[in-house]
Design a protein around this ligand. Structure first.
Ligand code: ZN
Length: 416
C-alpha cells in the first residue's frame, strides 16, 4: 500500500547517494531548513526548498503534513535481526549476570539450542504473532526496513517455516516495515549432528539451500563463523556453494575471537560482515578495500559485557560502517534504536552524523538496497521518520528514549 504525501516546513536531515558512504563521508549529512518532501505513489518525487502550498490544486490528491520545523530523516534500516523465534531465555540471562559466559552456556545445552527446541515445536501463527509484536515496536522507533534471519530450526522443515513466516509478514498489505529474508541454517550445529559439523554443512548445501532457493524464500545466506562453531574452511565451503546458487552473502564474523571472518568476507565479496568485535587490523584493511559493509551491533556487546567493535578505527581506515540491533532471544533481546544510537556515540565514538548514516544509507547498503532506500532523494521509497524535535542530536542525547513522532512508510503516516 502506498500513498501521495506532501510534507512542508521540514528540517531535512539525510545522507545522500545511492551507494554506501565510507570513511569521512559518513559524517556528511544534508541539512536543509524549510524543506518540502513530496512522495507520489510511495516514491519520493521532490526534495528541496519549500514549494507547493501556494500551487493551487496541484496537491489536491496528496495528504498534507506540516512538520513545523521538526527533523525529518530517512526511515531507519535495521540490517541484522533474528526476528522470528519461539521461547525465551530469561533464565539464561540470569546465569550470565552471575558470571557464566555465553559460550559455556551454549556448550551446556543452552543458548541457540534451547531456542531451536522451542521453535521446532512452534507453529506458523505463533511465530508470526510474536514477530508482529516486535515489528510494531520497531516501527514506533522509526524502523522502516529490517533484515530477518532463519537459524532457529536447523532442520529443513523449521528453517523453511521461519522463512515462510518472514515472507508472510512482508506480504502483508498493512505492513509498516519491509522485511528482507536471510537463510542462517549455519547458525549452530544441531544436537543430531553434534561432532559432525562437516556432515551438517553438507546437509545444508545438498538438502536445505536448494529448497530455499527454489521457493525464493531468502535473498542472503549467512553463517556463524566462529571458533567452536563453523570454521573458516567450513564457512568458505558453505558460502561458496550459496553464492553459486544465487544467494548474496553475509557473515557473523570475529564476534568472540579474532578468527579471520572479516578477511573471508572480503575474499568472497560478501555484502556485509557483522559483529567484528575482534576484527584484525588486516581484516579491517581488507574490508576498507572491498565493498563489504562492516555492520556493528553495539547492543550485543553491551548485553554481553564485551568490548565494543573498533568502529573509529574502521571509519578512519575508510570502511563503510552500518549499525544494527541484532535483536534475538539470547545474547541481545532488544531492538532498541535509541539505545543503539546512544551506545554507538558514547562508547564507539561515532559522531551523531556518522551514526545516522550507519542506521540509514549504510544499513540499506548492508542489504544491497542503497539504490532504493536509506536517504531522502527523488527515486527512493517514501520511508521517513519525523522526530518530535528540531534538533537531531536528541537521537543520542535523549538517552534510550524515543524521540520519534511519526514513522512514514511508502508515504503512509503512522503517528506514535
Ligand atoms: Zn546475529
Amino acid at each position: 500500500m502506498t500513498e501521495n504525501l506532501i510534507i512542508f516546513n521540514a528540517r531535512l536531515v539525510t545522507p545522500t547517494g545511492f551507494t554506501a558512504r565510507r570513511g569521512k563521508e559518513m559524517g556528511k549529512l544534508l541539512v536543509l531548513d524549510d524543506a518540502t518532501i513530496e512522495v507520489t505513489d510511495g516514491l519520493i518525487t521532490y526534495v528541496g526548498p519549500n514549494r507547493g502550498e501556494k500551487r493551487d490544486g496541484y496537491y489536491q490528491h496528496y495528504w498534507h503534513y506540516n512538520a513545523r520545523g521538526r527533523c525529518v530523516l530517512p526511515g531507519f534500516v535495521d540490517s541484522h535481526t533474528h526476528l522470528v523465534f519461539d521461547g525465551e531465555r530469561a533464565e539464561e540471562f540470569g546465569r550470565r549476570l552471575r558470571g557464566e559466559s555465553y559460550m559455556s552456556i551454549m556448550q551446556s545445552g543452552g543458548g541457540i539450542v534451547s531456542t531451536v527446541k522451542a521453535t521446532r515445536t512452534s507453529s506458523h501463527i505463533r511465530l508470526r504473532n510474536r514477530a508482529e509484536d516486535l515489528l510494531k515496536q520497531m516501527s514506533q522507533m522509526g524502523v522502516t526496513t529490517v533484515e530477518a534471519k532463519s537459524g532457529y530450526g536447523l532442520d529443513k522443515e523449521t528453517e523453511l517455516l521461519q522463512l515462510k513466516v518472514i515472507r508472510c509478514l512482508d506480504n502483508d498489505e498493512r505492513k509498516r516495515v519491509d522485511i528482507i529474508p536471510t537463510f542462517l541454517g549455519a547458525h549452530a550445529v544441531p544436537e543430531e549432528y553434534r561432532g559432525r559439523t562437516d556432515d551438517y554443512v553438507d546437509f545444508l548445501i545438498r538438502e536445505v539451500m536448494p529448497a530455499v532457493r527454489a521457493q525464493h524464500l531468502a535473498e542472503f545466506c549467512d553463517v556463524f563463523c566462529e571458533e567452536g562453531v563453523f570454521s573458516i574452511e567450513q564457512s568458505r565451503r558453505l558460502l561458496t556453494a550459496a553464492r553459486d546458487m544465487g544467494f548474496r552473502l553475509k557473515l557473523h564474523a570475529d564476534e568472540i575471537v579474532s578468527f579471520g571472518g572479516a578477511e573471508l568476507a572480503a575474499e568472497l565479496g560478501a555484502v556485509s560482515a557483522d559483529h567484528l568485535l575482534h576484527a584484525s587490523d588486516e581484516g579491517i584493511r581488507r574490508m576498507a578495500e572491498s565493498d563489504v559493509v562492516a555492520t556493528l551491533l553495539p547492543l550485543t556487546a553491551f548485553a554481553l559485557h564485551e568490548p565494543y567493535a573498533p568502529a573509529r578505527q574502521m571509519i578512519d581506515a575508510g570502511c563503510a560502517v552500518a549499525l544494527a540491533t541484532d535483536l534475538n532471544p539470547g545474547s541481545c533481546f532488544s531492538g532498541s534504536i535509541p539505545l543503539t544510537f546512544a551506545l554507538a556515540c558514547i562508547y564507539m565514538h561515532l559522531s551523531i552524523e556518522e551514526a545516522i548514516t550507519a542506521l540509514t544509507l549504510n544499513g540499506a547498503a548492508a542489504l544491497g538496497r542503497a539504490d532504493r532506500i536509506g536517504s531522502i532523494e527523488p527515486g527512493k521509497q517514501g520511508d521517513l521518520v519525523v522526530l518530535n524535535t528540531n534538533n537531531y542530536h536528541f537521537l543520542t542525547y535523549y538517552i534510550g528514549m524515543n524521540c520519534v513522532q511519526a514513522t512514514i512508510k511508502g508515504g503512509i503516516i503512522h503517528p506514535n
